[in-house]
Design a protein around this ligand. Structure first.
Ligand code: IPE
Ligand code: IPE
Ligand code: MG
Length: 245
């Protein structure tokens, strides 16, 4: 059952969270269940990402942040990492090939300097090509880790103190937020994790202070717009209190 009977209703609904974050997990298990190589799950996961990003744009979500490769994912076998890089290049390259038909603005968060040069080039091109996209801002977290992000921000602020630009007592929460990869964006309203795991795995540690969590046993390649509707419906039944009464 769809939460929204039609697109019109969904677009008029004030209940749609403005920022949704997703930990795209379960690709490997999806493949294993079918006796397929893990890459088949990742390939299917990319199709799900395309579908869900389009749907989020249609229902009026302003920001979608997806966790695609963590700072800890380098622990995986080299073959899987190499193939993930190839898949990423293909996915990113599609924005060029298809002329950004979904009018998405793509931004990569994380440190991609460790990625192959050709992948970095593709990422830079696509961020440039899509920078005026108005339907939705799609943040793709690549070589992203919440702790790495905080370390990066602290280094930047320490430099400012060292240069005499600011003194230590001038450091505020606002200042940290403005140095994060997500500067200028609202914190995520909801973090969705498919595949049954109930942990953050180093995702958006700073930004998730008051984010609502939603877990599902559905594996990411099987995740449908209807599952997103369920998450949004649950989200709308939560009371966000931010420490108040
Ligand atoms: C998530 O799926 C994708 C990445 C981390 C790149 P997994 O590859 O973690 O899938 P499972 O958890 O092994 O099923
Ligand atoms: C989190 O999934 C990272 C991404 C989805 C990119 P993992 O599969 O790496 O997380 P753990 O190892 O189960 O915590
Ligand atoms: Mg996993």
């Amino acid at each position: 059952m769809k939460l929204f009977k039609d697109k019109e209703e969904s677009l008029n609904s004030a209940a749609v969270p403005s920022h949704i974050a997703i930990i795209m997990d379960g690709n490997g298990r999806w493949a294993k269940k079918r006796g397929l190589p893990r890459m088949a799950g990742h390939t299917e996961g990319v199709k799900t990402l395309k579908r869900i990003a389009r749907y989020c744009g249609e229902i009026g979500v302003k920001y979608l942040t997806v966790y695609a490769f963590s700072t800890e994912n380098w622990k995986r076998p080299k073959e899987e990492i190499d193939n993930l890089m190839k898949l990423l290049k293909l996915y990113i390259g599609d924005f060029k090939k298809d002329g950004n038909v979904d009018n998405i603005c793509v931004k990569v968060i994380g440190d991609v300097s460790r990625f192959p040069d050709d992948v970095q080039k593709e990422i830079a091109d696509v961020m440039e090509i899509t920078k005026d996209g108005t339907s939705i801002c799609l943040n793709i977290a690549l070589n992203y880790g919440g702790r790495a992000e905080l370390t990066y921000v602290m280094r930047k602020i320490a430099e400012k103190v060292k240069n005499g630009e600011i003194t230590a007592d001038m450091i505020t929460e606002q200042m940290l937020s403005e140095e994060m990869y997500t500067a200028g964006m609202p914190d995520p309203d909801i973090i969705i994790r498919p595949s049954g795991e109930q942990r953050l795995s180093n995702f958006l540690l700073w930004q998730a202070a008051y984010t609502e969590f939603w877990y599902s046993d559905v594996l990411w390649p099987d995740f449908k717009p209807e599952d997103l509707d369920k998450a949004i419906a649950d989200y709308n039944n939560r009371e966000r209190r931010y420490g108040g009464i």
